[in-house]
Design a protein around this ligand. Structure first.
Ligand SMILES: Nc1nc2c(ncn2[C@@H]2O[C@H](COP(=O)(O)OP(=O)(O)OP(=O)(O)O)[C@@H](O)[C@H]2O)c(=O)[nH]1
Ligand SMILES: O=C(O)[C@H](O)COP(=O)(O)O
Length: 240
């Protein structure tokens, strides 16, 4: 019986979401990072296929910030980098009884438990592929990775990671299966992504509860246009 553990890496707030730093102040980026991570955790916690959900981070007292029933925390100590932290956490998960890991980034606020189960259970049907990757919307990055333990290939998250995973798999004498799924594709990296997310929410598309609440509360607090123009770095409310 598979024991699938979800690992969600979360960067320290001081270094997180830097591509939004030109538009959003540190407090708003922190709130957004936390809200999206809460939504990712909640979706994974409701998945039928996932056995355990673990946050992988060096954020102190993260359990007080994301307090969802049954969620575990792997404290990396001082972060060594995304791939190093996840590799250490995956190895530890293996010693605790995990047979497989589902790595899911913390900035996927439209993630649903149905899409997660679709992704994982699809992997079960194919015996040809051991590793399955969900592409980001640009098709270059990897939003989720499903792999058995011990990991059969090195983790190479980062810029153009999908090509990196293909290469790592080829070097390990295997192939990976790439999934394009609109629900799994939506990561929030740039201001344009955030604007698109607000528009999707306004159209009635699903957005996780914590992120949706943040979008709504900041829109209610929307300043006048002239006030927004005066501010160099806008609150979320000023960008929609
Ligand atoms: N534990 C851990 N998580 C990380 C680290 N670097 C990135 N992450 C997490 O990995 C996921 C993808 O992160 P990135 O897109 O690289 O970084 P980001 O903070 O979301 O955005 P940028 O700073 O704009 O690149 C997010 O959930 C991050 O919080 C790290 O060194 N350690
Ligand atoms: O491996 C990846 O694709 C990155 O860790 C996340 O990519 P992005 O945040 O640049 O989309």
């Amino acid at each position: 019986m598979k024991q699938i553990w979800a690992l969600i890496p979360l960067k320290n707030f001081a270094r997180a979401k830097t591509r939004l730093a030109g538009a959003l102040g540190a407090e708003v980026r922190r709130a957004l990072t936390l809200a999206m991570a809460r939504d990712v955790v909640a979706a994974l916690a409701s998945s039928r296929a996932v056995t355990r959900v673990i946050l992988v981070s060096d954020i102190p007292h993260l359990e007080n910030l994301i307090d969802i029933d049954g969620v575990g925390y792997f404290n990396t100590g001082l972060a060594q980098g995304l791939n190093e932290d996840l590799t250490t956490a995956a190895r530890w998960a293996g010693t605790q009884g995990a047979t497989d890991v589902l790595i899911a980034h913390g900035d996927l606020p439209q993630l649903t438990s149905q899409a997660i189960d679709r992704f994982i259970l699809g992997a079960g049907r194919s015996t040809e592929y051991k590793v399955r990757a969900a592409a980001c919307k640009e098709g270059s990055g990897t939003n989720l990775l499903f792999a058995p333990l011990p990991l059969p290939l090195p983790l190479v998250f980062g810029k153009n990671s999908l090509a990196g995973f293909h290469q790592a798999a080829a070097e390990a004498g295997m192939a990976i299966e790439v999934v394009r799924d609109s629900v799994l594709e939506t990561d929030i990296d740039e201001l344009a992504d955030l604007k698109a997310l607000a528009a999707a929410h306004a159209r009635g598309e699903f957005v996780g509860a914590a992120t949706a609440a943040l979008l709504l509360s900041t829109m209610k607090a929307r300043p006048t246009t002239s006030a927004a123009k005066c501010s160099k770095r806008h609150p979320v409310s000023a960008i929609f």
